[in-house]
Design a protein around this ligand. Sequence first.
Ligand code: ZN
Length: 363
Amino acid sequence: MPNRIIKETICSSRGLASCSIFSQDLYKRLITYADDYGRFNADTEIMLARLYPRETDVITQFDINEALVELSGIGKIEFYTSTPRKDIYAAFPNWNEHQRVRDSKKKMPDPTDTSINDWYLRRFVSLEMKIAILEESKFKCGSCGKNLNPFELDAKNLIKMNTGAIHFDHIVPVNQGGRATFENLRVTCPSCNLKRKKTFTFNEILNFAVNCDEDKELAASCGEFPPNPIQSLSLSESLSESLSESISCEQSSRGKQIPYQEVIDLYHSLCPSLPRVKMLSEGRKRLIKARWKEVDGDLNAFEAVFSNVGKSDFLSGRNNKWTGCNIDWILKQDKFIKIGEGTYNDKSGTDNVFLDMLQRGDY
Ligand SMILES: [Zn+2]
């Protein structure tokens, strides 16, 4: 594995500071594991053998997978698949800013689909939420009642330092539409959690996007997503193919072309403060297609929704109350309707309403 540059800013990174110590350790090892383009094979079996060759008796693939979820949740890595889909890869979005990209041959293929990234993002639970859930549980396993904190550490310490000892379990599994919300999460001991088969094989993850038939995927995308602080799912310039290349028009069931490019253009022009779309993944196409059908192929409906987003201090992030809005969030069925109906439009005194929504996770 090559030598890499690690900058001192890694020590003051707020994102990394919100991760477990193990995730932070994995992150540094990943910098040496990635190829010269900041990409790597995300098969945890290979990662375990390559990154922790002397600790395979202590560290598990489950630990690595949990850390990958955490690192993807804070936006430090993004996952993708290539064609033909046979491996999961990940990439550092800002690799070029930190590492010298040598003139060497790419070891990993170019991304063709980023929908696999959702598998990881849906499982992400922020440090703040973990602390709240752990404190609410009084440090007891939600299944067997075992004391998870015999040495009476504080919640943050326990979560950050004792990865593997505390598991956060989705009561309704993510695969069945469960969300990473306060209500749907509980803390358990490892044995109770693993009994419920929370470990996924590499192939199960890989099959995530393949096996999601359209309806299932839409159901999951439409309001069943966890509220997520992720600013953007988009891949960096270094990764993404040019948008115009990856965008294609296709016929809808009504025989009318779905103008993916025009929808994206409208979004860019009316919501300039929000993360730009750099890749039109299959998941995004499905969202656009679903909304397109619901509004009977009327581009004006998209324009009205994006216009409301751009004008809203809350959704555009101008009032700094929430900065999680992006194209994927806007295109969810319930959000699209609510925005269109003006639910998020600025009104006097609405700040408190939005704050309440934020606190409830209902946004
Ligand atoms: Zn238990």
